[in-house]
Design a protein around this ligand. Structure first.
Ligand SMILES: *Cc1c(COP(=O)(O)O)cnc(C)c1O
Length: 244
């Protein structure tokens, strides 16, 4: 680990914290209300370590196996790490996910709920699960349909799975704000407090619309090695690409 990498990580974190603070204050909130999750998927331990040295403790991964390979060793080096699963979860990985993660952001169907409840009972450990909502009703995307949400929330309560709030990944290539606003409205109607929304390209908007948990990768770690991501179009408007 070089001094340069330590300085760069600290600067990226400070810059991000400044914009989080600005977006929060613009809407009469404080940065303390917002949990920054550093999404470290695809990055190796050497890339993650400088950010840990800079004080970051909440991290997000989207694959159970990748997280199992990286995090046990890092957790021995650094205390108080909180791991968030931000990617789709297969039911057959539920037990592994419950053993490793502190929060799951992708509960989206009753079969997964059943598997998670069983895994939590077996491990005697309750892992809070955000319910992921397919907020843009996109066919290929994970997430519970809005219409199915009340039943899934009720089933989670019945199974004694803590549900802190809702999570979404809005459609790409279109303004994210209306989808964030919609998620916030649904959460209010369901009496849920937390909102996991906002990524590198749109976390400020998400914060201004009530996000409590933002999931930021690229703005902290730089571009991921692969797969190639589209270059964001410049300019504003409904069809602006809002992803970084
Ligand atoms: C990768 C990922 C992020 C982070 O995306 P960036 O644009 O790199 O900030 C956030 N949420 C989910 C669900 C992801 O898969």
């Amino acid at each position: 680990m070089t001094t340069d990498s330590l300085i760069e990580a600290a600067q990226r974190l400070a810059t991000l914290r400044d914009s989080i603070d600005r977006a929060a204050r613009l809407t009469q909130r404080t940065a303390d209300d917002i949990n920054l999750i550093a999404v470290s998927k695809t990055h190796d331990a050497d890339t993650i370590r400088p950010l840990l040295h800079a004080g970051q403790r909440a991290f997000g991964e989207n694959r159970v196996q990748e997280a199992q390979e990286k995090w046990p060793a890092l957790r021995e080096e650094f205390s108080a790490v909180k791991l968030h699963l931000v990617g789709q979860l297969q039911s057959n990985k539920a037990a592994d996910a419950v053993a490793l993660f502190d929060v799951i952001h992708s509960l989206d169907r009753s079969s997964l709920l059943t598997a998670l409840a069983k895994a939590m009972d077996g491990a005697n450990r309750r892992v809070p699960c955000f319910i992921q909502v397919n907020i843009g009703a996109e066919e290929q995307k994970g997430g519970c349909a809005i219409a199915d949400l009340p039943a899934l929330i009720a089933a989670a309560r019945a199974a004694d799975i803590p549900v802190p709030g809702l999570m979404c990944v809005p459609p790409a290539d279109i303004e994210a704000a209306p989808f964030f606003a919609l998620l916030a409205k649904i959460a209010r109607e369901e009496g849920l407090e937390r909102l996991s929304m906002g990524m590198s390209g749109d976390y400020e908007t998400a914060i201004m619309l009530g996000a409590t948990d933002i999931r930021v990768g690229t703005a902290l770690f730089g571009q991921r090695p692969s797969p190639a991501r589209p270059v964001p179009a410049s300019g504003r408007g409904m069809l602006r690409n809002s992803r970084a």
